[in-house]
Design a protein around this ligand. Sequence first.
Ligand code: GDP
Ligand code: MG
Length: 354
Amino acid sequence: PSAIVKKLFLEGKIVTVNQEISYEEAENIAMEYDILCEREVKVDVIEELLKEEEEEEASLKDRPPVICVMGHVDHGKTSLLDTIRKTHVTDREAGGITQHIGAYTVDVDGRKITFLDTPGHEAFTAMRMRGANSTDIAILVVAADDGVMPQTVEAISHAKAAGIEIVVAVNKIDKPSANIERVKQELTEHELIATDWGGNTEFVPVSAKTGDGIDDLLETILLTADILELKANPDRRARGLVIEAELDKGRGPVATVLVQKGTLHVGDFVSAGACHGKVRAMIDDKGRRVKEAAPSTPVEILGLSDVPSAGEVFLAHENDKTAKSYAETYLAQNKEKMLEETRSKMSLDDLFSQ
Ligand code: GDP
Ligand code: MG
């Protein structure tokens, strides 16, 4: 304590031992001391920063739901995402170019829904390993002509373990052999009971092929989101997840991130795992350059020192020094863990849209 009091004193701030200091001040001090401290202490600094802070109720504002699509292979995950994108993201918005950045946002009745649409859904996989979530609601796609299959069951258990709300999309209802009631019956065995059967799981019959039921599905997602009361504080430094990242020949490291809290701005100093940098430019899912990104918004960011892994937490920092020192400490601490994660990339990938 005396070292902290002295440090603040030398900066011209007079504090006593039992006085509260701001989060920023504490963060600065932690970062600075961390450089001098032993390994054990460094872990604490990283964990402290990664901890989800309590937010003041009054600072919380509604945010769009973040959705992923799960289900058995060939039940129509990719087709469903394609149909939603085609019918709800207009060319006009995209300026004629449909950009693919692993996540996209659609407008439904003036409200937004964010879809994660990444190959193998890497962010979800990685975040599950870290015990955190990228998604609010999972659409469980079950083909009405095929019913519940092994990966359907696996998907349910993953969603449940992660505490994610499930909405069932009974797909391929255009097929003559479609049997919606059978899907409902089979899913009761997995504690997903349709609302019209007295349960509380929404079942929406759809056809990714004809587009039938897609609007109902989106409405149902919005109703589910209302019940979940999804909120975030947009007025703080940004925090979120890396959805996917790659090294672009011309642009250098490009990361698609999902902002979960706060607002990310061009010019912000950020870290993502062992990478850091200053956000040089941001591009939204419609290929437009944007200056800021609010909670639940996916954006591509340029300016990182390196290519981060999908699922990594990204944080905006007060300055370049804290961003860099965070990344360096993270690297020193996580070399082993990062290797392990690459090794154990699970079959979970198969469950998600790709
Ligand atoms: P995924 O493996 O879950 O991503 O499934 P896909 O989206 O790749 O779909 C598997 C196959 O089912 C493809 O041949 C699709 O054209 C077909 N399919 C997907 N949705 C529908 C649908 O609503 N109706 C019909 N008839 N076929 C569909
Ligand atoms: Mg697919």
